[in-house]
Design a protein around this ligand. Sequence first.
Ligand SMILES: [Zn+2]
Length: 415
Amino acid sequence: MREYAVLAPLSENRPAKVKDRGIIELVKAGLAAYNAKSDELLLLPEGDRLRRELVSRLKSAMLRGAGVQNVDCGNDAAVFSLAERYVREWGDSATSFSDERGRDLFVLGWSPGKDEAVSRIDAVKRSVLTELPEESGFSFVEEILPEGGTASVLLSLSEAGALGSRPGFVCPGCGRLFLPDSPLGYDVEQPGGAEPEEPLEDIETPGANTIAELCAQLGISVERTLKAMLYIAFDESGRGHPVASFVRGDFNVSMNKLSAWLARDRGLTGLRTANKAELHEMIGEVAGYCGPVRLPDSVVLVCDTSVRGSKNTVVGANRSGYHIKGCCHGRDFDPPIADISQPAQGSPCSCGTRLESAVLRESGRLTLEDGKQIAGKALSYRDRDGVHEYPVEYRGVFSSESIILASHAFREDGR
Ligand SMILES: [Zn+2]
């Protein structure tokens, strides 16, 4: 009888036109082939064995570390139906589940409250990280969702053209990764520290409708300015409200973070950039000259944490061709402060080092919607005391393919 062996063609040549180092290393190691036409990673027997092993380790780790039961029934409705039976019998110990679908491992769970959901998600994150190779530098990074929820995104450093790659930032000091909508939540050091507060003074600044031109005209540094971003957002009845958001001149607004704040704190949704005509009608002729002082009450005002403690800055005077100098936060305007800015190249990390742009590979995510925006059904069961409900739903998905690629991407040169 003829004996067969598992095919594992080692290859000296890198696959043509492939930029993903993970794919290149998998192909060279005989674990996968790549079909450029269909943009498909074809796992060879040994590669698929590695992938299946990984999924099975993730399932056990999530069960041990976070009580996530594996059900593998293939769709949300089936998981929910099983969950209803489980929760009746076992209560709290059976409210979260993993479900393998193709090369993805889904996580679906319910909690009586947001805090419990957060701690369950943290347990899942810890369990997953124990099964991933440390040298690949996987970490979970928070991302604010525009509707007000949060996603914990599983990321690793990657390079342009890699599967699942997206732009982000890395701190060369502490290695922390950031996405453009990651929470920052720190105070920046303001220029002007101990100098006395100047009086407000209107100054003529013709043509200075950009931060760069303003700095050039007045000979000031960008940290001495505030940048205005004007939007429109809508209340429940569909009425539009002007939104004026301010960041320090060297920062940028994250629309998703601003949108999340407006939904949560003001009940406004559908955020978009306001056009010139809308602005004119709602605030007046302020384009390029909008500032936080003397804004009409009808404008929803919010300032980023980078504005807190600013002193003797130059801000728009809310009339064309004019700015105000000597503006001090607290004395001249006292707006709601929220974390609405985008990390960017050069933004300070909490460790003090400045961030650098990086390409990051997303290999999974766990999402918790804000309480009121629950899309799914509440899981409930009846015991002797009445009906117990688990109204907060969290969900997630991990791509075993992406994790395998990320784990192999930096193997060869030990980076
Ligand atoms: Zn850092």
